[in-house]
Design a binder for this molecule. Sequence first.
Ligand SMILES: NC(=O)C1=CN([C@@H]2O[C@H](COP(=O)(O)OP(=O)(O)OC[C@H]3O[C@@H](n4cnc5c(N)ncnc54)[C@H](O)[C@@H]3O)[C@@H](O)[C@H]2O)C=CC1
Ligand SMILES: O=C(O)[C@@H]1CCC=N1
Length: 278
Amino acid sequence: MSSINLQTVRIGFLGAGSIVEAMLAGIVKNRLLLPEQVLITNRCNQDRLQWLSEQFGVSACSNKHTLISQSDILILAMKPKDAAEACQSLRGLVRKEQLIISVIAGVSTDCLGEWLDIDCPIVRTMPNTSSAIGLSATGMAANRFVTKEQLQLATLLFEAIGSVYTVAEEELDIITGLSGSGPAYIYYLVEAMEGAGEKAGLSREMARKLTVQTLLGAAQMLLHTTDEPALLRKKVTSPGGTTQAGLEVLESFRFQQAITSAVLRAAERARELGAQYQ
Ligand SMILES: NC(=O)C1=CN([C@@H]2O[C@H](COP(=O)(O)OP(=O)(O)OC[C@H]3O[C@@H](n4cnc5c(N)ncnc54)[C@H](O)[C@@H]3O)[C@@H](O)[C@H]2O)C=CC1
Ligand SMILES: O=C(O)[C@@H]1CCC=N1
């Protein structure tokens, strides 16, 4: 594996759904790998494979055996409920020198290793769909068989689609609740803000533009100043003004509690999924 580098590595995706589409878009756009270095397969949807292949130039592979024998890195990207069966069907095909990377929520590296029935290097990750534009926040943890070089390679791969944080494996469930599921919370907020603008008479287009620019500006402020979010919030809030009136409504609906509970519940769900399909 030490001789494998980004110029020569071949990566096989087992699973070709939403997260793989986002990752392919990021990887191909970023030119990290040539499309010829990427193979994809799924359970049975040929149309989907063909579409991804046309979209990104990667090779669709309906034969799992071919994909496994030709790949240096295998990316497991099926739903947690399908993971046991998928891994068990790979028994005897996966080679010890192959690096396994999982993006599956909740499922531990120990569990994957048992299903695969081999002591192989496994990197468990939690990216998000902003991978498509190179802005994922990805948590990553490695099992004891992963070498320094393999971890570096996995890090380089995910850095091409965003920021990477190497963490203790136990932290991946809360990372799943926070940044794996996180884009959905933000989109939900955008739906509500844009809907409010529209309800009060703005065109949908104008409401969308104002909402997105506001979000972008706030995110950039958080990146570029050392101010805490609470201080930035206070700077917007004139006593007795409009923001205070708005925040009071959010408080009456226990906004902060709702968001905190959502993140923690999603993390708990990741743990449940891991335990449920074990
Ligand atoms: N969608 C998201 O935002 C994120 C998803 N994830 C994780 O990624 C995984 C996939 O999620 P999505 O892409 O959203 O799901 P999806 O339902 O869109 O795609 C799942 C894919 O797995 C394939 N599949 C099922 N069984 C298979 C097998 N035995 N062999 C090969 N392929 C098989 C399906 O055909 C499908 O292409 C999940 O475990 C999820 O927890 C992780 C981070 C973010
Ligand atoms: O909803 C899910 O289960 C996956 C994991 C993180 C984002 N989507």
